[in-house]
Write a protein that binds this ligand. Structure first.
Ligand code: EPU
Length: 337
C-alpha cells in the first residue's frame, strides 16, 4: 500500500491532463486495502476508483481520495473440457490478459484486443467492441466494499451489465473497489466476425481464421482508426452511441438516407454518434488545443497541453450541434469530473 498526498494524476489519465488529487491510495494487496478501508470514512462524493485512466476527463483538481488497485496476479481456478476459469487482478493491463487468453487458445475476449485500461475497469464499463462485451465472459467480481469495509463477491447477474454500463456506474458508483475479476473462457471458441469490417480485414490478411488472426485483424482495424494515447492523448470513444425509438430512427432515415442504424430490440435502435458528429462537420476540427480525431469523430484528442475544460468545452459544442441538427442528445461515455 502506498498513500500519497496532493498527488498529480497526469500519468494516470490518458487525456494527459495535469490535475492533482488530495490523497492517492495505490493498493497492491487486498488485506492492506481492507485494513486501510476499515479506518476510512467513506463518502461517495469524495472517492474515485481509477483503472487505466481511459474513462476520465478531469476538469479540475480532485478534492478527495483516489483508489488505484494494482493487483497483478492471474490464476486459473478451474476448468473442464469446454471452459476455463481464470481469476485476474484488477491492475493487470486489459490487453495483456487478452493476449494471454488468445495465446493459450481460450476464446471470448479476442475481439476486445487493444482496448486500453486495466482489468478492474472492464466490469465497470462493460467494455465492448466488435460484437463482444466483457460482461458475457465475466463470472463474478471480487471487491472491497467501502461502505461496509469488507470483501464481497458480486455475481455477473448482480453487476447488471448493459451497453457500456453496469451497477458500478449506477447505484454502486464509488462504493466497490474491484480487486479481481473471474472470467469464464471457452476452449472451443465461437468466432464473432459479423461486426463492421472484421471479416473484410481477415480476408485482406489471407489467413485461416483463428483466435490469433482475429486478434491481429482487430488490432489492425483499431490502429487504423483510433489514435495511440502515447502519441495523441485521448480516451477512446468520448460519447456513447445514442439509443432512440425505432419510430424516431425511421424518421431520421427518411431525412438522411445512409444513416447507420443498429437495431437493439423490437422498440429501439442505436445510432452511430461518430456519424452524427461527422455530419455536423466536426471531424478533424480543433477548438484551442482540443480536437476531434481526423479518422474517427467519436474520439476527442488533446493536441498538447489542453486543459480538461478545453476538452469539455469542445464536447459541449459538439453535443449542442448534434442536438440542433438531429434532435438527438449524445452523452459522454467518459466521466467528466
Ligand atoms: N462513422 C462515421 N464517421 C466517424 C465515425 C464513424 O461516419 O467519424 C460511422 C462508421 O462508418 C460506421 C458507424 O459510424 O458506419 C459506426 O462506426 P464504428 O464501426 O467505427 O464504431 P462506433 O460505433 O463508432 C463503437 C464503439 C467503439 C468500438 C467500435 C467497434 C461506442 C461508443 N464505441 O464505435 O469503442 O471500438 O464500436 O465495436 O460504442 C471505445 O469505447 O473507446 C471504442 C473505441
Amino acid at each position: 500500500m502506498k498513500i500519497s498526498e496532493n498527488y498529480s494524476l497526469k500519468p494516470y489519465n490518458t487525456f494527459d491532463i495535469d490535475v492533482c488529487c488530495k490523497y492517492f491510495v495505490e493498493a497492491d494487496d487486498v488485506k492492506g486495502l481492507l485494513d486501510f478501508v476499515a479506518a476510512y470514512e467513506w463518502n461517495p462524493f469524495e472517492v474515485l476508483i481509477l483503472g487505466g485512466g481511459s474513462d476520465f476527463l478531469f476538469t479540475e483538481d480532485f478534492d478527495g481520495t483516489v483508489f488505484y488497485p494494482v493487483m497483478k496476479d492471474m490464476v486459473v481456478t478451474g476448468e473442464d473440457e469446454q471452459r476455463i476459469k481464470v481469476r485476474v487482478g484488477a491492475g493487470v493491463v486489459w490487453d495483456d490478459f487478452v493476449a494471454w487468453a488468445v495465446g493459450h487458445g481460450y476464446g471470448g475476449v479476442e475481439n476486445l484486443s487493444l482496448i486500453p485500461g486495466h482489468v478492474g475497469a472492464a466490469p465497470v464499463q462493460n467494455v465492448g467492441a466488435y460484437g463482444m462485451e466483457a460482461g458475457n465472459v465475466i463470472e463474478f467480481v471480487e471487491a472491497v466494499d467501502l461502505e461496509k469495509a469488507q470483501c464481497v463477491k458480486i455475481t455477473a447477474a448482480e453487476c447488471r451489465f448493459a451497453y457500456r454500463d453496469s451497477i458500478f456506474k449506477q447505484e454502486w458508483k464509488n462504493r466497490f473497489i474491484i480487486t479481481h475479476v473471474t472470467f469464464c473462457l471457452s476452449k472451443n471458441p465461437q468466432f464473432c466476425l459479423d461486426y463492421g469490417n472484421v471479416k473484410g480485414e481477415l480476408e485482406k490478411m489471407e489467413c485461416e481464421i483463428s483466435l490469433e488472426t482475429v486478434r491481429q485483424a482487430i488490432i489492425r482495424i483499431r490502429q487504423a482508426k483510433l489514435p495511440d494515447v502515447k502519441e495523441l492523448p485521448n480516451a477512446g470513444s468520448f460519447f456513447k452511441n445514442p439509443v432512440v425509438s425505432r419510430a424516431f430512427a425511421g424518421k431520421l432515415a427518411g431525412q438522411y438516407p445512409g444513416i447507420p442504424l443498429y437495431p437493439v430490440d423490437g422498440e429501439r435502435c442505436k445510432l452511430a454518434a461518430g456519424w452524427l458528429i461527422e455530419q455536423c462537420g466536426w471531424k478533424g476540427k480543433t477548438l484551442g488545443r482540443a480536437g476531434v480525431y481526423e479518422k474517427q469523430a467519436l474520439v476527442l484528442v488533446n493536441h498538447g497541453g489542453a486543459s480538461g475544460l478545453e476538452i469539455s468545452h469542445l464536447a459541449n459544442e459538439i453535443k449542442k450541434s448534434v442536438f440542433m441538427k438531429f434532435g438527438v442528445m449524445i452523452e459522454p461515455e467518459v466521466y467528466v469530473l
